[in-house]
Structures are given as C-alpha cells and as structure tokens.
Design a protein around this ligand. Structure first.
Ligand SMILES: [Zn+2]
Length: 254
C-alpha cells in the first residue's frame, strides 16, 4: 500500500454503503468551477449535497473529503453495465479544471502525476478492474461531459489504471453499420436506449477518440468501437467478471 500524501477537508455529504465490502468502481470527474477553493467549498457545503472522496488541485495537492468506506455523492443519476446507484459501489475523484462552462483547459503535469498516483493506489488497494474505471460522462452521458476530451486516459492506462487499447488505422472497405452501434456501446458498458444512443456515442468519443467528439458514426469511430469493445471483453474475461445484469433504473438519490 502506498502512503498517500493527502490533506483532510472533511465533507459532511456522505452516507453508508449498502454493501460495505463492495467498492469496485472508480469514477473520475472535473470540478467545472472557476477555482479550486470554490469547488472545495461546494463539495463541503451541507446544503449542496454533493461530494467526492478526493479532490486533486492543479498543483498536485490531494484533498481527502470523504472516507473511502462511505458513500460519497458524486455520480448522481447514472448507469454502467446495467447497474445504477453507482455511488454505492464507487470511489469518486474530482480533478480541478474550470470545465467546458468556465474555460476548459489542459490538465497540468503536476496534477496528472498526482491523479495517476492516487488512482494507482485506489485500484490496487480495492482491486478495481480496468473495465470499472470510468469518467462521469461515461455513466451519465446525457447530463455530463467530465472529465472531457483533454483528459489523458492513455497515460492512466499505461500506469495500469483503466483501458486504452492502441488505435489502428481503418481497414479499406470498412462498412459503417449503424445497427451495430447499440450492441457495441452496451458491450463496453454504456447504458443505451434509442433516445440516449447519440449522447452515449459522444461520451465514447470524449473518452476513446478524443480528436473529434461530434457524435457521428464515422469510419474511425467504428474502428475505435471495435478495439475498445474487444479490450473491455478481454478485461472482463481476465477478472472473471460478468457484466452486472440488474435492470437500469434511474436513481433519484444524490
Ligand atoms: Zn462529474
């Protein structure tokens, strides 16, 4: 176990986990607020009813807000692999960035180094498998776009956190078949329906095809879908994990 250098700033916004022994998911966010201090204040404000387990500043300072054993309020209405109430089973990290609303900008080296260290520690101690490391936009594609297309998922995967398969150029003569899209997205873990398919595709692009996130099913996106789908299938096979089958149900709890 790595001894984390973290400062404490306890948030009152947490509750008990329904299954205390089960922590098997890691959700990454950006704060989406003008300053780190504004984000810390909101995450610790009892009336806001939001929180996360950790916050990482741009200079690399790590704040511990909620004990890992407790259910923090970061995912909201969300779904992955058919399962909702992801706050109950996950750890959440807020990464300081003004976000798309206040001036989205690249994540700094000192910050990424701290995020990498923190994530490695969490996935190691809790045995969180790579296919259970997600961005907020992956689990709430219609509401959220964090941590966004500037976040370096490839770097984290090189450090053993999450999945980033190498990208190959499209083969000539590849046919784009929109009918396969729902199955491809669901096989990765996205919860899709006819009305949420476009948002899920944009979330997929923000995560795995970051150069262009326009929601179009172009040839490059089709190739990337099949690479990512195969990598998630391999990860589940390696860890002997079957996708959770509980039916998607929107959760109204914070
Ligand atoms: Zn978020």
């Amino acid at each position: 176990m790595i001894e984390l250098e973290a400062r404490d700033r306890p948030s009152p916004n947490h509750s008990c986990r329904a299954e205390p022994a089960r922590i098997d998911m890691l959700v990454l966010h950006y704060t989406g607020m003008a300053t780190a201090e504004a984000a810390l204040q909101r995450l610790c404000d009892p009336s806001a009813r939001v929180s996360a387990h950790y916050l990482v500043e741009e200079n690399g300072t790590i704040w511990r807000l909620v004990p890992e054993s407790r259910r923090a309020f970061h995912a909201g209405v969300s779904c992955w692999e058919g399962e909702s109430d992801l706050n109950a089973v996950s750890l959440g990290i807020e990464i300081v960035n003004p976000g798309h609303e206040w001036g989205y900008r690249p994540f700094l080296e000192a910050q990424m180094e701290a995020v990498e260290r923190l994530c490695r520690d969490l996935v190691t101690r809790h045995s969180i498998p790579p296919h259970r490391v997600v961005g907020h936009s992956d689990i709430a594609p219609e509401r959220k776009c964090d941590p966004g297309e500037l976040f370096d998922w490839a770097r984290l995967a090189r450090a053993g956190v999450g999945i980033w398969p190498p990208a190959n150029p499209p083969a000539s003569g590849l046919v784009v078949d929109p009918a396969r899209l729902p199955d491809d997205l669901a096989s990765i873990g996205y919860c899709v329906s006819a009305w949420s398919q476009m948002a899920a595709l944009v979330a997929f692009q923000r995560r795995f095809r970051q150069g262009c996130c326009d929601g179009r099913l172009d040839v490059e996106t089709v190739v990337r879908l099949s690479e990512v789908r195969a990598a998630f299938t391999r990860s589940r096979a390696t860890t002997g994990d079957a996708p959770h089958t509980s039916k998607f149900k929107a959760s109204s709890s914070p």
